[in-house]
Design a protein around this ligand. Sequence first.
Ligand code: BGC
Length: 770
Amino acid sequence: MRIMKFLLLAAASAVSLNTAAARPAPAAASASLATEDPQVLARADALLARMTIEEKVGQLAQLFKIPVLPSVDDKVRSGQVGSLLFITDPAEANRLQKIAMTEARLKIPLLFGFDVLHGLKTIFPVPLGMAASFDPDVAEQAQSVAAREARAVGIGWTFGPMIDVARDPRWGRMVEGAGEDPFLGAAMARAQVRGFQGPRLGTPGHVIAGPKHFAGYGASPGGRDYDSLFVSDAELYNVYLPPFAAAVDAGAGNVMSAYMDFNDVPASASPRLLTDILRGELGFKGWVVSDANAIHSQVKQHFAADAGDAAVRAMKAGNDMEMALLAPAFATLADSVKAGKLPVETVDRSVRRILAAKIAMGLFEKPYADEAEAKRVLADPAHRATAERAAERSLVLLRNEGGLLPLAPGAHKKVAVIGPMADSPDDTVGPWAFVYDRDETVTLFEGVRDRLGRGASVQTAAGVQLARSFPSGLEMFQPPPPAWTAERRATEFQQAVKLAGDSDLIVLALGEARNQSGERASASDLRLPGEQIKLFEAVAATGKPFVVVLMNGRPLDLTGIVDRAPAILEGWYPGTRGGTALARALFGDINPGGKLPVTWPRSAGQVPIFYAHNRSQAPETQAQRYYDQPSSPLFAFGHGLSYTSFRIDTPVLDTPELKPAGRLTVSTTITNTGARAGDEVVQLYIHQRAGRASRPVRELRGFQRVTLAAGESRKISFTLDEASVKYWHSEERAWVIDPGTFDLWVGTDAKADLTTTFVVGGAPRTVAAR
Ligand code: BGC
């Protein structure tokens, strides 16, 4: 019946199109349309009916548009490309769009995509930092601002959020996601999709979200980027898929397939991943784009015989669009269809999905960016305010011996902000930021100087220079500054140490340069890169009071620092207003309340390390698995201190038993027992004591960030249901629930010790995925 209705609508539209113009009839009054809306599909089908196979294949191609590459104008004109990426100038987007809308035969608008990972012009903390806020609302607000800026310049689609669970900090791309935990990752994925897309795909001022990289990319062995990997079904379903399930549920219009071999099959050619799981099990209805050049890479990976073979296999697997640098492998698809190697229906299905997205985004009606409006949107001061708040929320106070922080603003007359991250706008915004404004980026030095005003002399010195010698692909867009000569290295170092000695307070800003974190930026050693330890030692040796601020995209090996630095504030890469937020935290205008979204190892030798591991046969030796260092992490997942203190009461359950299809409410009261306002993230963990599979020692199943005035108490509650206790069983190949006793903890990190138990009732059973 439904299908019948679609066909009728399609036929009706086709008639009007054939007799009217090439442009589909305008959408109904609705401000936003989903890609499954029958009206949208009917328009897509009507257009599809008029396309040649070459034009169809053109819609499946997405090309980079960057200065070093040849012009794409002719390809746009002849309908050989449907989407372009990396254009952030609205005038250039409009110029190309005009070719598509006036010179190409069918006048199908281009869809412009870009990596808007944590902001376009206004840069928010990197996603790992946003996850540290444990505040999905802040991530939603940030991405909604990012979407507004992107849409204003003509971008209709972001390759984000990046939602790969990452448990090995050697992997440089940990910075792009929400860390190690599938539950937190799912919450952040959901929030970011909502932020990017708004309530519905096509909402004005929003863009299509493209969660990536499907799937399991974060499991890269040894943290080596792009390496082939093996992921068991249990890990896939229980660890790597939950953020994608959440993103799909939130309505993500697009998904990007991953580069690497997944259990010996490139992810962009995996029918199991892209069709059986993504569409069949997760219910994804949008279109899948490959990662950059990943279809050609199938040949390099010795999977496909040639580009034609790769294209056919990717299409058959369910990879609808190819992101390519130059000549798309998908250009071969027209011949493959003609040669009978690929049914035209497979191509049609993919084209329909892409056209539906363009229609739902309103691109046929409003293909151009308003350049004057774009200027206004990019300059909106409210965006900077949102960035400042996001940065404030993402800060994690790792250590604060003797309550050194917060610093008293009037107490220090000569303040030095020292280190490679002290006054570097590029490193303050971090990786995956391209069109930010260096001048308006507030570095830590500027933040401290502005905060202290005339009351103190604030000076800065880098001391050491950080930069990778091996460039990452992205540096073609913005090369790092030239390396210092040996002579300059010595002078800069001495100047920094002298400045430290002359000061009465030092803020030491250490970390990783932005090109030492991100894609192709894996590291075998987690120690602070370059000569930073030497700088730390020289500064510490001055005997002057100092605090450490970190800017980095992964936990670092803090050996030699953690026990000598009285205070360490984790800033991640905090973004456009990072320096302001950090200074406000250092001087107590705000109270840091972020928490680690990742377990912090002592050294690279401990990784991968994550809290949700299974128990071993000798749990009593858990803390001493290595003979040369403790096997416990340096900081637990969820760790983060505050300038105040909290008490959490023993959790109370409304019922001791979670019955089949039932719910159980866990309540507790949290009290701010200190003298200043502050935030705490109350975390709830569970553990199944026995069942058909061994289950992790703890799993996060709830969290809430609360702000409390000094002395204030608040009752909070969490609800558990069957989704909280179900898990994928490898051998049964099903989602199962095991009855029995579960431990439950409520507290402020993954070591929380306030515990109780509950019982899961009923019989052992299998349950639906959702
Ligand atoms: C990355 C993607 C990104 C794409 C386009 C690739 O190398 O893996 O995450 O979206 O480039 O910039």
